[in-house]
Design a protein around this ligand. Structure first.
Ligand code: C2E
Ligand code: CA
Ligand code: CA
Length: 949
């Protein structure tokens, strides 16, 4: 709505003005019409009344004149027979004003003319004569063709003597009807006789309508009518003139008429002024309404215009309405609102800028700068500073400050910051007013220098700690509105958020690149650095060595002492490694107990072997955990750039291979990579893949080697031995794959399968009536240490419905060597499940009879290596005998493995060995063959053979 000029184009304006005008027009016009009608009626009524009076007067004078003529005639009648001396020419002349003719008409019809030209008078009729005899006069009229008809009056000369005839006069028209000029102006008079014939009309050509009216008229004697005359509509009044008592004639009718227009002349005048008056009134109303509408609508349109501008985010212009009414108030509050909105808007957009800065991960300093630049647009501060703790130097704040003026620069300075400062700030979370002149805090120095005398200081808080402060400088302590305070808080919070975001970014970066346990670079970061080192070395034709370090026996610490102890050892190892290197060397932890080092400058000064041995020595010193000494060492593989690889992956892989080689060849040493190693490594990778596939596809079978009880001779058990039905290499014995399965962890799945399969087979055999009481299964140490091993065994026993004592588990000494509380608990739990425990390969390795005492073992299996030299080798015999004795003393059963001959069997029997196992009895057999064997043995055959031996 555009109202300033031509505001009547506004529809509202037009509507209101039209309404005003209409409101005025209707009553004015109604009033005018009513009064017009009233006046017109009144005028017409007056006109009629006036005409009636005129007609009355005219008829009265007519009557008077007739009476006067009658009287004069009575005077003349005496001289009718003999006109006397009065009838001089002079007298006659005077008579001529009144009479056109005077004559005496005798009874015989003889006429004596006394005045005027002789003319015939009709003889008197009997009626006339009778009338005359009564002394009355007789009027005779003849119809006037136009103008006036002659009126004749007759009177008896002597009423007593009618034979004397009558005096007849013809009255002068001018005398009788009067001079038409002397009649009232504009009024016409007509006189009609009783028959309706017009006797006289004052106008020369009377309207035929009058004649018609006269002819038609009957009653009453007085009245009014209108007719159309030559010059427009006329109004007329009539009166009857009664002549009968004196004159023998019926009454005449006097009609006075006037043009209606004359009567209504005042109305016409009224009419002509009436329209301008209405127009004037309407004009006044229109003008009045236009001014009123304008006074309302112009401010309104300005307000609308202002609202539109505010909608377009222009809050700078003000609405100019100066009236001191509600509109003025509205405009004033609109302007006030606009100012606030403008501030709010600037505040929001500044905050949005800051948020963008925070979100786009600009560093804290950028965000602080944005805040410092934006803050004055939001808060009416004279100068401002934002101080933020330097994250690298805790007692220093970086202070960004800015003075007044739109393009004042942002200055940066460093200020010391004490704990007291931050503690004091922390007390005033809502901000505090400080006297700038008295304040001594260094971080407010910048604002003070910029001329502020009063300071409003707000702490910037992150994670409950003060990390900075916003200082607003003012000329004097001002009243900060709640809005201003809230916005300052917003800004301080945002700086806090930026600070937090930066801290978090740093943390994320750190987590992504560093190992949290040791603080060393992690694999990702190390590879990054290695790539960079490679690029440098390539450019500068430098050589460097990559050391791949793996701690020896770390697993033992971890498994026996727990992860916390393991972590301590790793941290200690890391610090020893770091201590053994130069700053230019890169040390990283790849994961687990694996570390890597890049040793630079090897061409000029350093031998990587020396560095490696130095590190091994450092790691060989005892680690004290829980006040117990643990001896670890390290195996190190070394790959050289560019000899052993040109890429990071290649170097890492080859150093790793060399490290394995170091482990394989005795640990605690370093080995340089050689190409040959790769072939071994490749073969290993291939077999691992092969084995994995075999496990997946179930290429394994179990063979069973029976065990005989030497007392009863019965087959009391069978040991399950694993075979790999290899698609190309045929049936493979465990020596070809058990080691790999253990290293790769595949043993877990494989071992579980063996347990399940062996138990199921035992069940099947027993179900088929084969008298085999139990089956023993080899379990490798790694498999045994699985946390869910016992529960897996329990599940299998339950599912296969193996009776108690049906399953024996063979473990090796190596398990007991590192045994911790978990292992002991597992053994106890297995026993509780009814599982017997056999200690396999006894006599080899670290064999210690104390294990037999410490651990809940049921069976001891004497290793084949002792049995094979029996009975001739003395030491073997002695050891075997001792083992049997000792075991029996501890209430353990003894099994001799690898019994190949009858002598051996007999000898062992003599020594009191409980069971035997070996080719002498049977080779390991497929399940079906075992069934046949056991059935055929029937518990007796072999015993007979032993007895025989
Ligand atoms: P082991 O537990 O000592 O098993 C006995 C080994 O001695 C078997 O070898 C068996 O064939 C062999 N043997 C038995 N009697 C004689 C004999 O009179 N003379 C000779 N020369 N050898 C005899 P095998 O089957 O090759 O098993 C080798 C090793 O593989 C086993 O030694 C055992 O430690 C391991 N093993 C076998 N099956 C499994 C299994 O399912 N799990 C685990 N973890 N290890 C297994
Ligand atoms: Ca065994
Ligand atoms: Ca064995």
């Amino acid at each position: 709505m555009k109202l300033e000029r031509g505001f009547l184009q506004s529809r509202v304006a037009r509507r209101i003005v039209a309404l005003f005008v209409l409101c005025a027009l209707i009553p004015i016009s109604a009033l005018a019409l009513l009064s017009y009608e009233h006046v017109r009626k009144e005028l017409v009524e007056q006109g009629y009344t006036h005409l009636a009076q005129l007609a009355e007067g005219y008829s009265a004078s007519l009557y008077d004149r007739l009476i006067a003529v009658g009287r004069q005639m009575s005077g003349m009648a005496t001289e009718a027979d003999a006109p006397g001396a009065r009838w001089t020419e002079g007298y006659r002349q005077t008579l001529r004003t009144e009479f056109d003719a005077i004559a005496v008409v005798g009874a015989d019809g003889r006429t004596t003319v006394l005045l005027g030209a002789p003319r015939p008078f009709a003889p008197l009729s009997v009626t006339e004569l009778g009338y005359l005899a009564k002394g009355e006069a007789v009027i005779r009229t003849s119809h006037a063709g136009g103008g006036s008809a002659p009126v004749v009056l007759a009177q008896a000369v002597d009423p007593a003597r009618p034979e004397r005839g009558a005096l007849v006069v013809e009255i002068g028209a001018t005398y009788l009807w009067g001079d038409s000029d002397a009649l009232p102006a504009l009024t016409d008079f007509c006189v009609a006789d009783a028959e309706g014939s017009l006797l006289y009309c004052s106008q020369s050509r009377p309207s035929p309508a009058i004649g018609e009216f006269a002819a038609r008229r009957t009653e009453p004697a007085n009245g009014r009518f209108t007719f159309d005359g030559d010059d427009g509509p006329q109004i007329a009044s009539y009166r009857e003139l009664f002549l009968e008592p004196h004159f023998m004639v019926h009454g005449w009718t006097v009609i006075a008429s006037r043009p209606a227009e004359d009567v209504l002349a005042p109305v016409v005048a009224f009419q002509s002024s009436f329209i301008p008056v209405i127009a004037l009134a309407l004009l006044v109303v229109a003008l009045f309404s236009v001014t009123q509408v304008r006074r309302t609508l112009v401010p309104l349109s300005r307000l609308i215009e202002g609202t539109r501008r505010a909608g377009d985010q222009d809050f700078s212009t003000r609405v100019d309405v100066r009236s001191n009414d509600e509109l003025g108030e509205l405009a004033a509050s609109f302007n006030m609102m606009n100012v606030r909105l403008g501030r709010q808007f600037t505040a929001l957009s500044t905050l949005a800028d800051i948020d963008r800065a925070i979100l786009s991960r600009l560093d804290v300093d950028h965000v602080v700068e944005t805040v410092v630049r934006g803050i004055q647009a939001i808060v009416p501060a004279h100068s401002v500073s934002v101080a933020i703790l330097d994250r690298n130097a805790v007692d220093v704040m970086r202070v960004y400050s800015r003075g007044p003026g739109a393009d004042a620069p942002v200055e940066l300075e460093r200020a010391p910051c004490t704990v007291e400062d931050t503690q004091e700030l922390a007390l005033h979370a809502e901000g505090v007013w400080l006297d700038a002149t008295a304040s001594v805090r260094p971080f407010t120095a910048a604002v003070r220098r910029l001329g502020a005398t009063a300071l409003f200081v707000l702490p910037i808080v992150w994670q409950g700690a003060v990390v900075g402060a916003v200082a607003l400088g003012f000329g004097r302590e001002a009243e900060l509105s709640a809005d201003d305070r809230a916005r300052s808080h917003d800004l301080a919070d945002r700086v806090g958020v930026a600070f937090a975001a930066a801290a978090r970014d740093e943390q994320i970066y750190y987590q992504a690149h560093y190992d949290t346990l040791t603080g060393l670079p992690n694999r990702l970061y190390f590879k990054d650095q290695l790539v960079r080192t490679l690029a440098h070395a390539h450019r500068d034709r430098e050589r460097f060595a990559l050391l791949f370090i793996d701690l020896d026996f770390f697993k033992r610490v971890n498994d026996s002492l727990g992860h916390t102890a393991g972590d301590d050892v790793l941290r200690e190892a890391a610090s020893r490694l770091r201590g053994g290197l130069r700053d230019t060397d890169t040390l990283a932890r790849l994961g687990g107990d694996e570390f890597t080092v890049v040793v630079s400058d090897i061409r000029s000064s350093r031998d990587p072997r020396v560095v490696a041995e130095h590190l091994i020595a450092a790691l060989s010193a005892p680690f004290v955990v829980d006040s117990q000494e643990h001896f670890l060492s390290a195996s190190i593989g070394i790959a050289l750039y560019p000899d052993d690889g040109l890429t990071a992956d290649e170097l890492l892989r080859n150093a790793d291979t060399a490290m394995y080689r170091a482990k394989d060849t005795g640990r605690g040493r370093c080995v340089f990579f050689e190409e040959r190693m790769n072939l071994v490594a490749v073969a290993r990778v291939r077999s691992e893949r092969d084995l994995r596939r075999a496990v997946d596809e179930g290429e394994f079978v179990l063979h069973y080697q029976p065990l005989q009880d030497l007392g009863s001779g019965a087959i009391v058990a069978a040991e399950a031995l694993l075979r790999w039905q290899h698609p190309e290499r045929g049936l493979l014995s465990p020596e070809h794959f058990i080691g790999l399965a253990e290293e790769t962890g595949l043993i877990d799945r494989l071992g579980e399968w063996v347990l399940r399969e062996a138990c199921a087979e035992l069940g099947a055999l027993q179900h088929a009536g084969i008298p085999l009481p139990s089956v023993s299964v080899n379990v490798s140490a790694r498999q045994f240490r699985q946390t869910d091993f016992v529960s897996t065994v329990g599940d299998i026993l339950r599912v296969t419905a193996t009776p108690p004592g049906g399953l024996e588990i063979e473990i090796t000494e190596s398990l007991l060597l590192d045994a911790n509380a978990d292992v002991v608990r597992a053994l106890d739990e297995l026993k509780a499940l009814g599982v017997r425990i056999a200690l396999d390969d006894f006599g080899t390795g670290y064999s210690s009879l104390s294990y037999l005492k410490r651990f809940p073992v049921d069976v001891v299996k004497i290793d084949r290596s002792f049995v094979k030299d029996l009975p001739d080798d003395e030491s073997s015999s002695a050891i075997t005998g001792a083992i049997i004795l000792m075991s029996h003393a501890l209430h353990k059963q003894v099994v001799a493995e690898g019994v190949a001959t009858a002598e051996q069997a007999a000898f062992l029997r003599r020594l009191g060995c409980d069971r035997l196992q070996g080719f002498y009895l049977s080779k390991p057999l497929p399940a079906a063959a075992l069934a046949v064997f056991v059935r055929r043995a029937g518990g007796t055959v072999p015993v007979a053979r032993i007895a025989a031996g």
